[in-house]
Ligand binder design. Sequence first.
Ligand code: PMP
Length: 326
Amino acid sequence: IKWTEGRGWHDARLQPYAPLQLDPANMTLHYAQSIFEGLKAYRQADGSVAAFRPDANARRFQRSARRLAMPELPVETFIEACELLVRQDKEWVPGTGEESLYLRPFMFATEVGLGVRPANEYLFMLIASPAGSYFPGGVRPVSVWLSQEYVRAAPGGTGEAKCAGNYAASLVAQAEAAEQGCDQVVWLDAIERRFIEEMGGMNLYFVHGSGKDARIVTPSLTGTLLPGITRDSLLTLAGDLGYATEETRLTVDDWRDGNADGTITEVFACGTAAVITPVGEAKCATGAWKVGDGQPGEISMRLREALLAVQTGRAEDRHGWMRPLA
Ligand code: PMP
């Protein structure tokens, strides 16, 4: 779907996957007006196909657009695009369990020019790719590197937006994590470099205590982390399962000390791709520590199963999260 100043959205089309042709002075290549979303369509227990909370992705896409001075795509148009593509590619939606059709909506400037200003032409596109189970051999905890040198987002910046530039800026820290023998990077706040923000492409949760008395804590949305839709859903779902939840600020020392004295029993990351990934080990410049016994925690796995059951239509959709598409 194209957008042109003065004309708005026009020329919606469904076409076979093919390369795009870009002018060397395409403004996106120079000034990075590029935003995207990621969501999944799951085969339901009854054989139909439904997307998980596409309206929430559509609204986040609008917020990202506003932050990058781009036009907002109406929520219903975003969902209709998902519907059109999923209907077309219905046979690509796998039939079982965690497998899904990953949907990637994105928008970028198509105007040609070298001046720095918001473009007056954009293209919204949606592509899809089948996604297998994230952990084919069973859920495996990840190790994380707490980056104190690089920051992902500063107050007033684009941290809350899902824009391409945020990911470009994070690649060097991800490489540093790999050099440290860790799977993923964990970002700290830009000012004091001690508050935990989020993981490379997932939000974080900390479980305090165990059993029915467990309290499930996630860093508050301070404007510098991405408001994950999985994060938001888990606040509700954890409440449904009877756990107390809390959004708060938490430092590296809180995490390390909490692990040492046993008040933090589990840590997990959450996002569209993996749903929930247990964190087994953390490392920073001043030391490394194991989370619990390093194995997937009971509550993390319970929440993972509960969310996947809603997503795949095996559990009641109490909050109207599933949107039938095909
Ligand atoms: N943080 C970042 C930086 C991400 O890229 C993602 C993935 N979109 C998330 C968190 C998790 O968000 P969601 O649950 O909406 O996938």
